[in-house]
Design a protein. Structure first.
Length: 251
């Protein structure tokens, strides 16, 4: 009898694993362009190194994937509700831990943030450096983005969430509608008008970006299986080829 139940348990485990491996996954990402990490191509489809990385890891698990490029607030809400399986980029903050499986191994990369303003701002010295931040200066962030939450919680800054995306923040700053912004360094690095801005040399904060699995749509086991596959993929020549394709040294 014991052998019968042991065999039955084994069959159930194998069946469950096969089912999990064959499942499709839906991913949500922002419809704003953050090349080379995530952006939409000429056909309006999500692409970038983060998108390709997730696709190739899913393929190694024999999972079909679909990507939806959406306004960030909508993407995040759909994933929290379980209408989307995975949020492509999320930070390890309390709100996300309540709604998503944030699993070590599902890291996409690390990023850092800096404060930028226009070069003619009074806080800029003759060497085009920010010498001191005025105490009453309002630092504008993207409304609904994880880093805005982290800035309010962990950094002593007077912040205001206003922009719909980081490119939008930059355009508002260049249009002299804002005085200063808190922005991801990589977004600034790839922006065509970055030379018109002046930023703090010292980075204000850093964060790790995760692939986050919705607790309402997926299981912890699925997130952990993806994590294991991700770690294996990052050891492969295919991953090195991906980095070379997007001219990135590391994630």
């Amino acid at each position: 009898m014991f052998k019968f139940f042991a065999l039955l348990k084994f069959i159930v485990l194998i069946t469950s694993a096969s089912f999990a491996a064959s499942q499709s996954l839906s991913f949500a990402t922002t419809d704003e362009d953050y090349p080379p990490y995530t952006y939409t191509d000429k056909d309006g489809k999500a692409t970038g190194i983060y998108v390709e990385l997730a696709k190739q890891v899913a393929q190694s698990l024999e999972q079909e994937v679909s990507f939806y490029a959406l306004p960030w607030r909508r993407a995040s809400a759909l994933a929290r509700q379980g209408k989307i399986d995975v949020l492509l980029i999320a930070y390890d903050i309390p709100e996300n831990r309540r709604n998503f499986w944030i699993i070590p191994g599902n890291e996409l990369g690390t990023t850092s943030y800096t404060i930028c303003t226009l070069k003619e701002h009074p806080a800029i010295d003759k060497n085009k450096r920010i010498i001191e931040l005025p105490e009453k200066l309002t630092i504008n962030t993207v409304d609904g983005y994880d880093y805005a939450f982290s800035a309010r919680q962990n950094v002593s800054l007077n912040t205001q969430a206003i922009g719909r995306s980081e490119p939008h923040l930059i355009s508002l700053l260049l249009g002299r509608r804002l005085e200063a912004i808190l922005i991801e360094q990589s977004t600034l690095d790839f922006h065509p008008r970055k030379k018109e801005l002046c930023c703090l040399e010292e980075k204000i904060m850093g964060a790790t970006e995760f692939i986050a699995f919705s607790k309402a749509a997926t299981s912890r086991q699925q997130a952990e299986s993806f994590s294991s596959a991700m770690q294996e993929f990052k050891k492969s020549s295919a991953f090195k080829a991906l980095l070379n394709k997007y001219q990135i040294k590391a994630l």
